[in-house]
Design a protein around this ligand. Sequence first.
Ligand code: TLP
Length: 345
Amino acid sequence: MIIDLRSDTVTKPSPAMRRAMAEAEVGDDVYGEDPTVKELEEMAAGIMGKEAALFVASGTMGNLVALLTHCEPGQEVYLDEEAHIYYYEVGGMSALGGLIPRLISSEKGLYHPEALEEAWRPENIHFPNPGLLCLENTHNRAGGRVVTPECMHEAVTWAKRKGMPVHLDGARIFNAAFALDMDVADLVKEMDSVMFCLSKGLGAPAGSLLVGSRDWIAEARKWRKMVGGGMRQAGVLAAAGLVALKERARLKEDHRLAETLAKDLAAIEGLKVNLDQVETNIFMVDLELPGTDAYRFVSLLKEAGVLVNAVAPGRLRFVTHKDIGEKEIAQAVKIVENVVEGVSN
Ligand code: TLP
């Protein structure tokens, strides 16, 4: 048995999703004729408390379309140096959007007003024009960290003062809302646009949604077409998304199991886990094993039957998800323990 803790993207569609996909009513969505996509978009907009929504192929496409819709080529996008949009999206904002990242130093995904102000470039003949501020919640590279509503509010207030809209990379926004025990619409109410994923912990095979005002989504729809994201009978995918959204409370179980796993791993000599920062379904483990780096450790774990990702030379990322239960957690801990022992001897 392979225990896959690399990401919550590895989940397989549930039997209920597969049934819904097989039975989905479909039409050509480029003509606006797919009833299942429409239902999903309406449901997503309702849950997020926004006027409209747009179904896109992936989180990366959703973020790209958002940036293209908000900005013009040559503008600057304010975002943190560990932001997924900057770190993991192949530089699409610059390559495809002609946008310039303006990096903010953040404290594990949390923006401090001083850091925002420090990054700010006022009107000057030499500087690009400001275009957008991006936030990320939960924050992936900060280890699934929840950005508090207070911190989001401060950042939005700052951006509004500077005349910039705000986009939220909310790939895992439901994880944040559950961790905060908050209604998700309340959490994102100040955002101009939000992208969230169906294909992470929610377990759908593909798809993300972009939400915002009716006019903004109409513009985004055109950008989606330009980047090749006008899917036709996309209702087969949207059907799985509807099931995923209805079952979203399941994410709390991933948080509970991440906490259990993190505690058990923290007890192993040579592994360091900051338990205060285990807030959702992602957490980081630092290796303190002389002579082994995270990349070698990952390949040893793989041989022993556990998959995880190395995110820095001394750091591993563990992610719990729908297809991981108590049994897999207990088994993974045993395997990690054995591998650590093998390395230490
Ligand atoms: N994140 C993936 C990898 O790309 C690292 C993962 O395994 O966590 N925003 C955030 C915050 C994300 O974590 C991801 C995916 C995306 C956007 C992009 O979503 P997709 O993979 O659907 O393009």
